[in-house]
Ligand binder design. Structure first.
Ligand code: NAP
Length: 288
């Protein structure tokens, strides 16, 4: 029997494949572009065409599978878009589902993850929730654009602190949970990095590692929204969900540091400084 990994090309799904493979777990990986995924993956794994919005893709995805790593693609802002797949897992008797949720969701009904958690609980599926803080990969990914071009961090989080976590650590935690359903059934884990930093701290770390002066000017929501929509031309739903998340961050909901990663994985979570050094190439200066 196999573990089906949704979002296998994503921040958590991609390293999760590696960790499950190392643990000799049989894996099936889902992507809307399985050929591209197969060429990117460092290990040989069955890759299938999978789209939450195409129910015809569910059969091949769930055939011969007993565990599922479930993530919500960031641009699917409506929880209803995941319900048909959750129903399909129930119909096919999937034994254990690990859902990639969000830190603090137990007290915040606004992000789609809250309704998805509720739906999974009500479905009767055996499950566990992984609730990470903000990924360090947001800074080296979507937000590297402004850092590389303008030496600026353009994130509307004010002075708030965030307990950034390396998505690789989230993947390692998810792989430990997926391998032991008996131990983790109906539990929720808040996975964070080892310390809380504000974006001035991140600018200082980036300046030290890159040798340039990276600044953080505390942009407001409208500056951020205009830039992300008009200059970056990012998806409107995605941008609006991120604004809601940065609004919550300003209310100090993203700063908690927990010991869940260390308890699950037996080691300290990655520090932001080590992450920046490891990913220095992603912050190289690019032309205007
Ligand atoms: N980023 C954070 O800081 C953070 C923190 C806590 C929780 N989370 C949550 O973690 C989840 C993942 O976030 P992320 O930012 O790390 O994103 P990500 O993994 O980069 O997400 C993109 C993934 O979604 C897949 N995907 C896109 N459209 C799809 C579709 N229609 N059907 C199936 N798969 C589809 C993509 O696969 P293909 O393109 O290969 O199909 C890709 O693997 C989100 O729910 C987010 O809210 C994120």
């Amino acid at each position: 029997m196999k573990t089906f990994v949704t979002g296998a090309s994503g921040n958590v799904g991609f390293p999760l494949i590696r960790y499950l493979h190392q643990a000799h777990v049989e894996i099936k990986a889902g992507s809307t572009d399985p050929v591209a995924l197969g060429t990117r993956l460092p290990v040989e794994v069955e890759c299938v065409d999978f789209d939450f919005l195409n129910q015809e893709s569910y059969d091949a995805a769930l055939h011969d599978v007993d565990r599922v790593f479930l993530m919500r693609p960031p641009h699917l802002g409506n929880p209803n878009q995941l319900y048909p797949f959750i129903d399909a897992m129930v119909e096919r008797g999937i034994g254990f589902v690990v859902f990639l949720s969000l830190m603090g969701i137990e007290k915040n009904p606004v992000p789609p993850h809250a309704k998805i958690e509720k739906y999974i609980r009500a479905s009767g599926l055996n499950h566990a929730f992984v609730r990470p803080g903000f990924f360090m990969q947001n800074v080296s990914g979507v937000h590297a654009w402004e850092i590389c071009r303008n030496d600026e961090i353009l994130i509307p989080a004010g002075r708030a602190k965030t307990s950034f976590v390396d998505a690789e650590d989230v993947a390692l935690a998810a792989s430990m949970i997926l391998q032991d359903p008996l131990c983790h059934a109906k539990k929720a884990y808040t996975i964070t990095g080892p310390r809380s930093l504000d974006y001035d701290d991140i600018a200082t770390l980036l300046s030290e590692v890159t040798g340039r002066t990276v600044t953080y000017r505390k942009p407001g929501f409208s500056t951020y929204r205009n830039h992300m929509l008009k200059v970056r031309k990012l998806d409107r739903t995605y941008v609006d969900v991120t604004i809601a998340l940065y609004f919550m961050t300003r209310l100090n909901t993203a700063s908690k540091v927990t010991g869940d990663f260390e308890r699950l994985c037996g080691k300290t979570a990655t520090d932001f400084e080590d992450f920046v050094i490891r990913n220095k190439g992603k912050f190289e200066k690019s032309p205007e």
